[in-house]
Every structure is written in structure tokens, then in C-alpha cells.
Design a protein around this ligand. Structure first.
Ligand code: E4P
Length: 218
């Protein structure tokens, strides 16, 4: 399974990259706004900086909602760097745009996916990645991980090449369960990635090893 970090914060991207486990980055308009990145030129430059930090797929989302504008924006985003993956929403125009990008060798990430039916459409359109939002599904008292498992089954049975990118991850357990359910990629906040490190027995065990070594060597 690939690990992406879900942020536009450069320090957090660097911290995850320095762990040696990072395969890419996802952003969205809310994450860019959170970092105070506004205006076309600044947004473009920020994507450039992310591409310089991480040698992997970097998802950049279109803001347009109609087909023609999505194509224009997506082409401009794809021109920034060869690692840019154009993120388009699961709408009628979004699906048409994903098909257009696929036919023109521009890789895509279909975002805002909440059902297996949407996952089938995105795969038929040739999406490179599919982003089911598991945390937002859980927030609605449904089961986001169950959706990942259902999509993984469908993609295997049907032989679809689209990669399942579990998004809207809220905690380390989401990562473990998404991996179990067949996600090809998890995009996670830094806190969830670092949360995977934690176990009290690791801390207790390390403290004992160090204490025993100190006793024996003093
Ligand atoms: C990433 O591609 C998604 O936009 C992101 O994971 C959504 O996360 P959220 O539901 O925490 O906003």
C-alpha cells in the first residue's frame, strides 16, 4: 500500500518525507485555504514547491465545476510538473473531464466518492485514483471501511485498473483497516501517520532495555 500525506503544509510534508515512507501528497481547496495559499499564481507556485519536496504523485484539485473550465484548469495544473495528478469531483462534468484527461494522457484522482456506483463510473472513465472519503462516511453513521472493501471486490472482479485511495482518514486505525480492506493508497494527516508508531509496550520495552544497559555498564 502507498502512503500519501493529506495536507498542503510544507513542514508536515517534509516531516513525513523524512520518515522515508512517503509516496505522494494530496491536497484540496480547503487544505490550500488553510495554509493561506490564494490566487492562481501562488497556488501554482505552492504546487511547484510540493513537487520539489516529494518525488511522487501530487494531487491538485480543479475548482471549476463545468466541463470546459475543468479541462482548462486541469491542463494548466498538469503542466506544472509531470507528477501532478488532476483531481476532479464525482459529478457528471467531472466524469466527462476524467474521460477527457484519460484520453489525453493526464492522470486523475476522482474525489468526493461515497458509493460503489460512483466508484464504477470513475473506473469506467479511466480514473487513475479513486478517493472514497471514509471519515466523512463514518461521520454519517455509515461504515467507510465497508465501502473500501466493497469497491476493492468490484475492482478485482471486474479487472478495473483504478487505484483505491482511501481519503478522509481521521486516525491510525483507519489506515490499518483500509489496508486490510484492500485500499491501494491511504492519504493521511501527519498525526495519523505518526499515530501508527505508538504502542505503550514499545515505550516500556525501550525504557527497560536502556535501564538494563545502563546498570550493566556503570
Ligand atoms: C483528500 O484527497 C481529501 O480531500 C481529504 O482526505 C478529505 O478529508 P476530510 O474529510 O478530513 O476533509
Amino acid at each position: 500500500m502507498k502512503f500519501f500525506i493529506d495536507t498542503a503544509n510544507l513542514e508536515q510534508i517534509e516531516e513525513a518525507r523524512d520518515l522515508g515512507i512517503l509516496d505522494g501528497v494530496t491536497t484540496n481547496p480547503s487544505l490550500m485555504a488553510k495554509e493561506g495559499i490564494t490566487g492562481d499564481e501562488n497556488i501554482k507556485n505552492h504546487y511547484k514547491k510540493i513537487c520539489e519536496l516529494v518525488d511522487g504523485d501530487i494531487s491538485a484539485e480543479v475548482i471549476a465545476t463545468d466541463f470546459d473550465e475543468m479541462i482548462k484548469e486541469g491542463k494548466a495544473l498538469a503542466d506544472i510538473h509531470e507528477n501532478i495528478v488532476v483531481k476532479a469531483p464525482m459529478t457528471k462534468d467531472g466524469v466527462k473531464a476524467i474521460r477527457w484527461f484519460t484520453d489525453h494522457d493526464i492522470r486523475t484522482n476522482c474525489t468526493l466518492v461515497f458509493s460503489a456506483g460512483q466508484a464504477i463510473l470513475a473506473a469506467k472513465a479511466g480514473a487513475t485514483y479513486l478517493s472514497p472519503f471514509i471519515g466523512r462516511i463514518d461521520d454519517m453513521n455509515w461504515d467507510g471501511i465497508e465501502l473500501i472493501a466493497q469497491i476493492a471486490d468490484i475492482y478485482t472482479v471486474q479487472g478495473f485498473a483504478t487505484e483505491i485511495l482511501a481519503a478522509s482518514i481521521r486516525n491510525p486505525l483507519h489506515i490499518v483497516r483500509a489496508a486490510e480492506a484492500g485500499a491501494d493508497v491511504c492519504t493521511c494527516p501527519l498525526s495519523s501517520i505518526l499515530g501508527l508508531l505508538k504502542h505503550p509496550l514499545t515505550d516500556i520495552g525501550l525504557a527497560k532495555f536502556l535501564a538494563d544497559h545502563k546498570k550493566a555498564n556503570s
